[in-house]
Design a protein around this ligand. Structure first.
Ligand code: GLP
Length: 239
């Protein structure tokens, strides 16, 4: 695993956005993540608009129980912060068809599309406070694929900032599994802020374990972790 550390979140966001803008014009399939970590990256990315978009944009995970037009649905988030402003056409956005068919059919169709590509060229990932990636919460198996998962309480509380109260935060979600993530050709795991320093240390210096789902990605042959100094502050110095 490669680790790149930046002096500030701002520097990191501009660096990742620049690389991402290039990839959008080059590769075929890119998976996008949601969350606070991604917001400044996507803001910097919009500075490159309009882009010549070659890639299809895939959605990593999605809340269940929210309408897809709800402003906190991940489809809405990515449509508004990335796909529309950058000029992705509707054919270039791949999302689970949760509004059109049963959840199981949506899972089967998404997984089938994914297998057609034999994984994505690049998947962007954030890191949950408990080590989740996508919404693969602790206990997720290395063999897990696209599925429904119960969202951990810690994750629901951490995502509360996007809602009025905890009862509004969905309890379950649709997510790509760990096996899907491992099948992708390249992974960028982006982490900023002091709150994540402890979990970053567990991911990088700890064992590969289902207790820390992101650690299951460590043996991927092409994974880069992008950290700001705050997130990297507890790491042992490299000798
Ligand atoms: C959320 C999202 C993840 C995201 C992670 C970190 O629950 N589903 O895709 O990467 O948790 O979020 P944040 O960047 O807001 O800390």
């Amino acid at each position: 695993m490669q680790v790149e550390i930046f002096g500030s979140g701002n520097e990191l966001s501009h660096h990742v956005a620049k690389k991402l803008a290039q990839r959008i014009g080059e590769v075929q399939d890119i998976g996008f993540a949601t969350g606070r970590t991604m917001e400044p990256i996507y803001e910097a990315l919009r500075g490159y608009a309009p882009l010549k978009v070659r890639a299809k944009g895939w959605i990593l995970d999605e809340y269940l129980g929210l309408s897809i037009s709800h402003p906190q649905s991940y489809r809405y988030f990515l449509n508004h912060l990335v796909f529309k402003p950058l000029g992705f056409t509707s054919e270039q956005i791949i999302y689970p068809l949760l509004d059109e068919c049963s959840v199981q059919d949506a899972i089967d169709k998404y997984e089938k599309e994914f297998q057609k590509m034999d994984g994505l060229d690049l998947q962007l990932l954030g890191l949950g406070l408990n080590g989740h990636v996508g919404l693969n919460e602790p206990g997720s198996s290395v063999h897990s694929r696209t599925r429904v998962i119960e969202i951990a309480e810690l994750t629901r509380k951490s995502n509360l900032i996007y809602f009025n109260n905890l009862s509004e935060v969905p309890k379950s979600a649709f997510t790509f599994g760990i096996a899907n993530l491992l099948q992708n050709k390249e992974l960028w795991l982006v982490v900023t802020g002091a709150k994540k320093a402890e979990i970053v240390k567990r991911v990088i210096e700890g064992e590969v374990s289902e207790d820390v789902p992101a650690s299951l990605l460590k043996n991927h042959s092409n994974i880069t972790m992008f950290l700001d100094l705050e997130a990297a502050q507890l790491l042992k110095p490299v000798t």
